[in-house]
Ligand binder design. Structure first.
Ligand SMILES: *[C@@H]1O[C@H](CO)[C@@H](O)[C@H](O)[C@H]1NC(C)=O
Length: 436
């Protein structure tokens, strides 16, 4: 396996070299081609554009300056001169057109090369299409080669904490300590051992150490961590995209978790692992969670009044599983980059980067994605609006519950623990569906 990866790496650098080499060849070819074009139209040199017409021109101008011409003759000569100018202008614009076409061909060639190169890197070989109904595109991208040098200290921690190269990662500072405590109590009950807290201050680090919870505190001289120590919920949310990068670079799959999440079972028994990103949804039924065709009605358009649109409720950026692949890392980078430049909600940016297609002036991310089952990975709208009122759904034990839809997080978290772990049947009843 390692040998194959090494091979892939080597051939990738060969490709880079030959790619660079072939660009030079293309540039030379264009130079020669343009030289031929100019030589054809301007055999006597480019800087004397009237030379090709010397015979006619000098003939006309000689007699033109000899004086003894009738008005009629002069008019005729002026017309011939005008015609010559028009011809030259036409030739010039032909030439420009050819140059433009050449440029376009060059652009397309480079584009094709780029795509082919990426495909080669992803697949290793070019496949033939199989028979009807048997072809299947790539969702499971290859994982990156782990690079311990990016953070040897973290690499050591992950070696101890991760199970089968995957783990839950949660960022916390002391503003959210009480929620973290409730979460950790559920993590222990659910028997999840590969759980790591990224402590953003000393208090959280101390709390984890004294409670037997694996903890990683980043180096204090790292600039981004100032946000972590003092930041509110949203600032910390932006930070997580930067911090996660190293985990993926080290070759680990990460299940990123907010603190307002309760673990009723081990999530690693309920993942598909077939996509770059596998995320819980903010949706609350099959349509909103998994996508639907939303028809927009514009009566003024008459026959074409119905416009079909693709809709899906956003992925929840507080709970997602990421495989250590190039598209995953690109997603993290692009989200972190945008959050550093504009004041935006990280979840909105996360979804825009994940879902918007390429279009003029923008190259979309091509990450494969999977929406988690919204009853297994349950948001608090589903719990409080639907599940707690439905005798059948009430009996099912989800994998996790995320109190994302309600601001009174701590009491609702405690109520969930009472209901699902301690069998207190009425624990959820006192809360309104939404916030009041
Ligand atoms: C939602 O989808 C699941 C699985 O695709 C299906 O079994 C179920 O019947 C659907 N529910 C509704 C209300 O359509």
């Amino acid at each position: 396996m390692m040998g194959r990866r090494d091979g892939l790496m080597r051939s990738s650098s060969n490709i880079h070299q030959s790619f660079r080499g072939s660009r030079i060849v293309i540039a030379i070819a264009i130079g020669i081609l343009m030289g031929c074009v100019f030589a054809f139209f301007y055999p006597n040199g480019f800087f004397h554009p009237y030379r090709p017409q010397t015979s006619t021109l000098t003939r006309h101008s000689k007699s033109f300056f000899q004086g003894s011409l009738s008005d009629c003759e002069a008019d005729e000569r002026i017309n011939i001169l005008k015609a010559d100018t028009v011809k030259l202008t036409e030739k010039n614009s032909d030439l420009m057109k050819q140059v433009r076409e050449l440029n376009e061909k060059l652009r397309l060639a480079e584009q094709g090369k780029d795509t082919a190169q990426k495909q080669y890197l992803a697949l290793g070989e070019q496949p033939k299409a199989g028979p009807f109904g048997t072809v299947k595109g790539l969702r499971t991208n290859p994982t990156v080669v782990p690079d311990e040098s990016v953070n040897p200290r973290l690499a050591k921690i992950l070696e101890e904490v991760a199970v089968r190269k995957e783990l839950v990662v949660v960022l916390a500072n002391s503003n959210v300590k009480e929620m973290l405590e409730v979460q950790i109590s559920t993590v222990k009950k659910a028997g999840i051992s590969n759980y790591l807290v990224v402590a953003l201050d000393d208090e959280i680090e101390g709390y984890c150490k004294s409670n037997g919870v694996a903890v990683y505190k980043r180096d204090p001289d790292d600039g981004v961590d100032a946000i972590g120590r003092s930041g509110g919920n949203h600032a910390v949310s932006g930070l997580k995209f930067r911090i996660l990068r190293e985990f993926l670079q080290l070759g680990y799959s990460v299940l990123l978790s907010d603190v307002d999440i309760l673990y009723l079972r081990n999530p690693f028994d309920h993942l598909y692992r077939d996509s770059d990103v596998e995320s819980m949804t903010d949706g609350h039924n099959n349509m909103t969670a998994y996508g639907y065709n939303d028809v927009f009605d514009e009566p003024a358009m008459g026959w074409a009044r119905y416009a079909h649109t693709m809709r899906i409720w956003v992925y929840n950026s507080g709970f997602f599983y990421m495989r250590p692949t190039i598209p995953s890392i690109e997603l993290l980078d692009r989200v972190a980059d945008r959050l550093s430049k504009e004041k935006a909600w990280d979840q909105a940016v996360f979804n825009e980067v994940l879902f918007y297609p390429s279009h003029p002036g923008y190259e979309g991310l091509h990450a494969s994605k999977r929406t988690m089952d919204f009853y297994s990975f349950m948001n608090s709208k589903v719990l409080f609006k639907t599940v707690r009122k439905d005798p059948n759904l009430k009996k099912l034990k989800p994998v996790i519950i995320h109190i994302n839809y309600h601001p009174d997080k701590l009491p609702r978290m405690k109520a969930v623990v009472e209901y699902y772990f301690n069998g207190k049947q009425d624990a959820l009843n006192s809360f309104p569906d939404g916030s009041q």
